[in-house]
Design a protein around this ligand. Structure first.
Ligand code: GDP
Ligand code: MN
Length: 382
């Protein structure tokens, strides 16, 4: 899950990482109120959307007085940035900037360690810098036992600040990095990023913030619960699935899949592609036999307007095929849709299952390739 800037900065403040004085609001009137009463002028109005490049898209603007705040806040609220409609803005104290630095801690999958990435050439063009001037990007591995290695970090510190008017001390710099690494570990993040980082009164300060959380760690962090629903970049189907406790991921094809087991679900999607089709989703209904799950899964699948055929692929082990078939019988009574279904079902109690499915007119086979080839034809209208 991605935290929005204002949320990531709340995390920063709780970890003693300096940020400008600021507040999130959802109306131009509240923006003016905050600017007048606490943030002061000049201030920066910033769109809160889960995509980068807001600055370039016109989603970050400086306001010098209450009139500016009203105009800019009205402009930015409701604006669309890379397909995200802005419904929250941050009113943030404007800080004078000598230089924009880049700083992040990211999971380096190859070394299985956090990597600290730094540059004295941060700001909105960091992507181009990393492409065209890679010598301006510095990397430090964080060692689980040693922490930062002073002998390499000192060199990086020199390179970061050698041409700068306003510097921070090595102690401040290292202390700041350490706080960032602490956030990374304590919050189960996979990325903690500050761009730009600035030096203000000889101290580091985060003017922007981005945190990616490892979804598998979310259950250990009740403090993020309040963001899970508000940030959800979920499709309607993903939301329905989350509420029904099913693992579902939306894709852009037209063949809905309902499969038991994540591995089989992956193999099923590969097979659909192999035979020239395109899956509309990943859906794992899990290993247990529970007709209600099947009903929910059908409801979710059928709510996707892109779908024109359904593939069911069940390999029954712990899952009893007849329970699944029973789920279909109930599901087809409860959920109304008019889509062709291709079904492969094999394993525990599959004879019984096939009898039930035949009664409700679902074509059924024990062969996965055959079922997939059929559904690809159905999806093409054949
Ligand atoms: P992003 O474009 O989505 O990464 O949004 P940022 O928060 O990084 O803002 C983009 C740019 O706006 C920054 O690189 C700064 O140049 C500028 N900016 C943001 N906050 C301030 C501020 O407080 N003072 C000044 N002078 N510029 C700011
Ligand atoms: Mn930024």
């Amino acid at each position: 899950m991605k935290l929005l800037e204002y949320q990531a900065k709340e995390v920063f403040r709780s970890a003693d990482i300096r940020t400008p004085n600021e507040s999130m609001v959802t109306t131009p009137q509240d923006a003016v109120k905050i600017a007048n009463e606490s943030v002061g002028y000049p201030c920066v109005i910033k769109a809160q959307v889960p995509v980068g490049g807001r600055g370039k898209a016109g989603g970050v603007k400086v306001a010098n007085n209450a009139d500016d705040v009203l105009t800019l806040a009205s402009q930015i609220l409701g604006m669309s940035i890379k397909g995200c409609i802005v419904d929250k803005i941050l009113v943030s104290q404007a800080i004078s900037i000598h230089n924009e630095y880049y700083l992040s801690v990211v999971l380096h999958r190859a070394s299985k360690k956090p990597m600290i990435i730094m540059s004295p050439s941060g700001g909105v063009d960091i992507e181009e810098i990393s492409k065209n001037r890679p010598e301006m990007i510095f990397k430090e591995e964080y060692d689980f036992i040693l922490g930062f290695k002073d002998y390499t970090l000192r060199r990086t510190y020199q390179k970061m600040f050698q041409n700068q008017e306003e510097k921070v001390s090595y102690k401040e710099f290292k202390g700041f990095l350490q706080k960032l690494v602490n956030v990374y570990f304590e919050k189960d993040a996979t990325l903690v990023e500050i761009n730009p980082l600035i030096v203000h009164n000889k101290e580091c300060m985060a003017l922007d913030a981005k945190i990616l959380l490892d979804d598998n760690g979310l259950e250990f962090h009740p403090e993020f619960e309040k963001y899970v629903t508000s940030n959800a970049e979920e499709t309607l189907q993903e939301k329905m699935a989350r509420e029904a406790n099913l693992t579902y991921i939306s894709l852009d094809g037209n063949i809905a899949c309902m499969v038991n087991g994540a591995g089989l679900a992956m193999a099923t999607m590969d097979t659909i592609k192999h035979f020239g089709g395109s899956p509309a989703n990943f859906l794992d209904i899990g290993g247990s036999s529970n007709p209600e799950k099947v009903v929910n899964a059908l409801r979710i699948i059928a709510s996707n307007p892109n779908v024109n055929a359904i593939l069911i692929n069940i390999f029954g082990g712990i899952t009893r095929c007849d329970d699944i078939a029973q789920g279909f019988r109930e599901g087809l009574e409860k959920v109304k849709f008019d889509l062709p279904i291709s079904c492969r079902i094999i394993g525990t109690n599959d004879e019984k299952a096939r009898t039930i499915l035949k009664e409700i007119n679902i074509p059924v086979t024990t062969d996965m390739d055959e079922a997939v080839q059929n559904v690809v034809k159905m999806a093409k209208g054949g």
